[in-house]
Each structure stands twice: as structure tokens, then as C-alpha cells.
Ligand binder design. Sequence first.
Ligand code: ATP
Ligand code: MG
Length: 318
Amino acid sequence: MGGCFPCFGSSNNKETGGGGGGGAVGAVKELNRKDSAKDGSIAQSHHVNRVSSDKSKSRNGSDPKKEPAIPKEPTAHIAAQTFTFRELAAATKNFRPECLLGEGGFGRVYKGRLESTGQVVAVKQLDRNGLQGNREFLVEVLMLSLLHHSNLVNLIGYCADGDQRLLVYEFMPLGSLEDHLHDLPPDKEPLDWNTRMKIAAGAAKGLEYLHDKANPPVIYRDLKSSNILLDEGFHPKLSDFGLAKLGPVGDKTHVSTRVMGTYGYCAPEYAMTGQLTLKSDVYSFGVVFLELITGRKAIDNTRPPGEHNLVAWLLRGL
Ligand SMILES: Nc1ncnc2c1ncn2[C@@H]1O[C@H](COP(=O)(O)OP(=O)(O)OP(=O)(O)O)[C@@H](O)[C@H]1O
Ligand SMILES: [Mg+2]
């Protein structure tokens, strides 16, 4: 039931389950390896999804001596809690519209209460999205079972009943950063400067953990304001690891993959070459930071010509 999965090594054991053996890193590698052009047929409308070749194959691993074997069944070793569809339907009052928290490319997110424990949770229900959706589901479950940090959202469990795919997260009471930055209703106060800086610092710590403390390092690939969720006191946590990749190791500086991410946040050199590096995330972090300090959206087609893309607009002003 619901524990962490102690496979990723880390230089900060307080934030992880520590080192140890097991097959989940191998499972993530296997899923990452399959993340190649031939599977890239489903694009989420607001995601970049340009096909490029995956030249790295499985070479993006860690020290071979430490490499766990790739399990035949990627989900075989997951320790996150499993739920039946019936339990999650009960938790969300049958996915009642009043419980809807939001909707993204993956599906709808509902607020719920687990009958067994009374815990308030967020339940994300995957749209029928074929192979790609299922892969993102598996990567999300594996990554969040392996990664543990106070600036990453906590996965409580999942449901893979029949063709239903649902993810159960800790509920983040203040919603996403995007909800507090853009299109505010008249009764909502804009974030003050200190809170903005606190959110930026927390998101940076989450990213630092993925890049510098997780072993092998993880490239998040989907950093944007809607994926920074806010706990009490505006404590930020990164969410949505379905696109995450294990980063390059040894002498390698990049992994080659098809281009996935979100317009406006995706690093241009990655969009052009398909070569993904840790710096691709740093670029996306920079875009979020610009949103925080300007209050503008990364992409805003309601603005005058020349101001649609936040980064391009700011660069012109330099
Ligand atoms: N754990 C959570 N607690 C509270 N609200 C959440 C939680 N997870 C998601 N949400 C809400 O649901 C909305 C939709 O989230 P989701 O991750 O599905 O889509 P997105 O991030 O907007 O887009 P994308 O699919 O491109 O990542 C979020 O913007 C947020 O408001
Ligand atoms: Mg999201």
C-alpha cells in the first residue's frame, strides 16, 4: 500500500526513499526507449508533437554496474496504492460536474474523498487516448513512485481497471499557478511579489531535485504554470510527469526524442533538433519566471501582433 519506491539514488536521502535495487528505473527506461517516432501519432492540441528520430535508444541509462534489469512487465514493481474504478467513482460522486477541478490534455481532474480513509484527493481520469495516453500514464506512475520531494506532487495511487486509467494525487487546495496568474475573476487578488518569488524558488528546488539529486537525472519536459500546483500557503509542487525522460549520463549531453511539450514553453533548440537536455527544462523555467514577473501568458493570441509570444516580445525589447 502506498509507499515510495526506493530505486532512484539521491544525494539527499531525506527527500527520497534512498537508494536500493529494483526494476522501476529499468521500466522507465524501457518506456522512454519506446518513446520513438513510430508511436507519435497522437498530439494533444496544446502540446508540441513533432516527430523526430530517437537515436539514443537505451543508451540514456546510468552507470551499467548500477543498472537494474528491465522488467518484462513495467508495472510489476510499483508500490503505489491501487484503486478500483468503483472506489474512485464513489470518491468523486460518480465524477459529478460539481467535483470537476479542471481539464487538460490528459483528461479531466475531479476533487474527491476516499471512502476508506476520508482523505481528500484529486482524481485525474485519462481520456481514451490510445497507446500514447497509456504510456504517459505508466511513465507518470513510475516516475512519481520513484521521485519524492516536497516540491513534487505526491501520487497516492492509480487505477488501471479494464481500459480505465486514473491517477490519484494529493489534493492541492490552491489549484495551479496558472489559475492565480491569468484571467483572474474580479474577486481574486493577484499574487503579491513575495509569493511570486516563493513560488519561483520552490519550483526551482523541485527542478534541482530532478536534475541534480535524482540518479539517473530526470528531464521533466512539461514545466509550465498550469503544472505548478499550489498547496496551503502557496507552497508550489511540480505535477504531470507523463512526458518526463531519464536524462543523459556519462559524456552524453542530450537524449534524442520526438519533440513533446507545450507551445511557448518549449526550448527552441529542442523544438528544432529533438535533442533534449536538462537545459530544455531550464528554458521552460525561464518562461514561467517571465510569466511570474510580467503577469503575461507565455502565449497570448488576444494581444496585438508581435506580442503573442512572451519570450519573442521581451527579446525585441532588449
Ligand atoms: N492534485 C491536484 N489538486 C488540485 N487541483 C488539481 C490537481 N491536479 C490538477 N488540478 C487542476 O486541474 C487542472 C487540469 O490539470 P491537468 O494537469 O489535467 O491539465 P493542464 O496542466 O492544465 O494541461 P496539460 O494536460 O497540458 O498538462 C489544473 O490546472 C488544476 O487546476
Ligand atoms: Mg497539468
